[in-house]
Design a protein around this ligand. Structure first.
Ligand code: ATP
Length: 234
């Protein structure tokens, strides 16, 4: 498995949030993590990416130990994290925002490959990122992560606040990343959208993994349909 999380414990100070969380994402696979507000999804990505220090368990990428390594080392180790709320630098140009993603490669990222993924950014390279639409800013945030040519990418709710058409566009890009061989770990509240593209899904509750399976298996479960799909079949 490319990205492997085993029995991860983490929290904030004395507050334990994650309890023995395990999951794996292979190269060329999309795994989605769903769960209600406060389930610990964002905390999981932070702990994997070293933004908070795990108190137990391990994280490995292609067999290399990442557990507790500093966040700024993660990109050069092959792991990219696209955090919630896109976090573009609004006064910097699109080009400069993308270039920031390549610092771990000495500033030399594959801009052409990123623009192939997001052709809409090409005519906007000189535009201040703060003037882009929400969907375009999400593209910059993902594109910035891709500049370091990662093996694995983790995304925290990339669909948040976006119109359905733009959500579909972002989901399609994630399938393109999968076909380029990346391991994709997708945290989403928009379960309908993430189940539409994921190979496997993990459900978290109160900091624990409580269910896992393919989206097709999970939508058969009334508790999943009621909690995350408004009761309807997907
Ligand atoms: P959401 O879908 O609402 O973003 P989530 O599943 O991503 O939720 P987390 O953001 O990981 O959940 O939060 C899990 C728990 O950790 C919550 O109880 C939250 O209050 C707590 N928490 C998050 N950040 C901090 C922090 N910096 N300090 C203390 N507690 C925190």
């Amino acid at each position: 498995m490319t990205l492997s999380v085993k029995s991860l414990d983490a929290g904030y100070g004395k507050l334990a949030i994650l309890h023995e969380v395990s999951l794996e994402v292979a190269a060329g696979e999309i795994v989605t993590v769903v769960g209600s507000n406060g389930a610990g999804k964002t905390t999981l990505l932070r702990a994997v990416n070293g933004l908070i220090r795990p108190t137990g368990g391990t994280v490995t990428l292609d067999g290399t130990e990442l557990t507790g390594r500093p966040t700024e080392k993660m990109a050069s180790l092959g792991l990219t994290h696209v955090p919630e709320n896109r976090l573009c630098f609004p006064t910097l140009s699109v080009r400069d925002n993308l270039s920031l993603g390549a610092w771990s490669k000495g500033g030399k990222g594959d801009l052409d490959a990123v623009l192939e993924l997001f052709p809409r950014l090409k005519p906007r390279l000189g535009q201040a990122a703060g003037t882009l639409s929400g969907g375009e800013q999400q593209m910059v945030a993902i594109g910035r992560g891709m500049m370091a040519a990662p093996k694995a990418i983790m995304l925290d709710e990339p669909s948040i606040g976006l119109a359905p058409k733009v959500v579909a566009e972002i989901m399609k890009v994630l399938t393109e990343l999968r076909s380029r061989g990346l391991a994709v770990l997708l945290v989403e509240q928009n379960v309908r959208a993430s189940f539409g593209i994921a190979d496997r899904a993990v459900v978290m509750q109160r900091g624990r993994v409580v269910l896992e399976g393919t989206p097709a298996e999970l939508v058969e479960l009334p508790e999943v349909r009621n909690a995350y799909l408004g009761g309807a079949a997907a």
